[in-house]
Write a protein that binds this ligand. Structure first.
Ligand code: CA
Length: 366
């Protein structure tokens, strides 16, 4: 089979950094959509792709196994650098086989097949809204516009093990396969993606056209597109091989305590204030400090609800009175939940609230 490849990636019109990466390293092709503050997203997507790139050269390693290794690599990298804690990435990868492709997929990036003028989604989104659609709690149309549609149920870098979806597909001459991040699919509806794929035969130009369409629709997210065209013949053409990624940022030193507390507060205020729109969070890995029965309490999850589902569980209630804590300047947002990157960070916030309450008791009235 002869294969022509096109690829394009863009920061979009709203974000400051491009946290997406793609890999063109025949027979391996992939897109990854990273997330996490302080360059974490960029690092996560790049580390994931570097890992599968290295393992992809080894015929003995199957693609799903390489993706599980990439998960471990992202976790290891985050463990070595606290500034990167909480980072994660999607990964949608394919490897060329004789007359076919094997796909491996985690997250909400997507693979599509264009065949005989019809566009078929090959991957399933690992998102909360998709799960709710499967459970009959949301319609497809409601899911497309849901404010929490980007909350993932699966990603690399979250847990020590990850479930990887695999799809094997026989390809025919004339087939076109699209890999893309959600920056395309959240901005451009499938019929328009189909129209562009069907009207532009050059895979590089079609990739650029799709990126342009996402930006014209608002470009609210990083957008990455790869296209593989299958034809009669032999060989591979197009798409500069390699990894699209930003250079490695220097590891960040641990911030002083006050700076971290301020940061958490800013994150908490931003997250609550933005109503979580466009924010990607991992439920099982999120912690926050809130209020339970008028006491300061530790929660796992995020301080919000989707439809009628609470995205948090109470872990521990303290003796600290919530009413007095919220009177102190740093903790006025307590009732909305103050988010933390880990359980220990959440407990440090509680310790700080306890210290502040004690200091307040000691200070003279007025
Ligand atoms: Ca994205």
């Amino acid at each position: 089979m002869k294969i022509r490849v096109g690829a394009a990636t863009d920061t979009g019109r709203v974000r400051e950094h491009n946290e997406d990466s793609y890999l063109a390293a025949a027979p391996l092709f992939a897109v990854a959509d990273g997330m996490g503050g302080h360059q974490g997203g960029e690092v996560a997507s790049r580390v994931a792709l570097e890992t599968i790139d290295q393992l992809g050269a080894d015929d003995e390693v199957a693609l799903p196994q390489a993706v599980r290794e990439a998960n471990r690599a992202v976790l290891d990298r985050a463990a070595r650098d606290r500034g990167l804690a909480g980072m994660g990435t999607t990964l949608t990868a394919l490897v060329l086989k004789d007359n076919g492709i094997d796909l491996a997929h985690v997250g909400d990036s997507r693979a599509y097949l264009l065949r005989d003028g019809e566009l078929q989604q090959l991957t399933e989104d690992h998102t909360l809204v998709h799960r709710m659609v499967l459970e009959g709690k949301l319609s497809e149309d409601e899911a497309k516009i849901h404010p929490h549609r980007s909350i993932l149920t699966r990603a690399l870098g979250v847990e020590s093990s990850v479930e990887v979806d695999g799809v094997a597909l026989q390809v025919r001459p004339g087939d076109r396969v699209l890999l893309c991040s959600d920056g395309l699919t959240s901005m451009v509806p499938d019929p328009e993606i189909l129209e562009i794929l069907a009207s532009e035969s050059d895979p590089q130009k079609a990739s650029e056209e799709l990126v342009r369409a996402a930006n014209e629709a608002g470009g609210q997210d990083n957008v990455t597109v790869m296209i593989l065209d299958f034809d009669e013949g032999e060989g591979i053409e197009g798409a500069a091989p390699g990894l699209s990624a930003a250079p490695e940022p220097a590891p960040q030193p641990r911030r002083p305590r006050w700076a971290r507390l301020t940061l958490w507060l800013l994150v908490a205020i931003a997250v609550v204030g933005a109503g979580l729109v466009g924010t990607r969070l991992y439920l099982d890995r999120q912690w926050f400090v809130g209020v339970h029965e008028e006491r300061v309490a530790l929660y796992r999850g995020i301080p919000t609800q989707v439809a009628s589902i609470e995205l948090f569980t109470l872990v521990e209630e303290t003796e600290l009175p919530a009413d007095e804590a919220t009177r102190l300047a740093p903790w006025t947002e307590l009732r909305d939940g103050i988010t933390a990157g880990s359980e220990s960070e959440a407990r440090e916030i509680i310790d700080q609230i306890a210290l502040d309450l004690r200091a307040e008791e000691r200070s003279p009235p007025g």
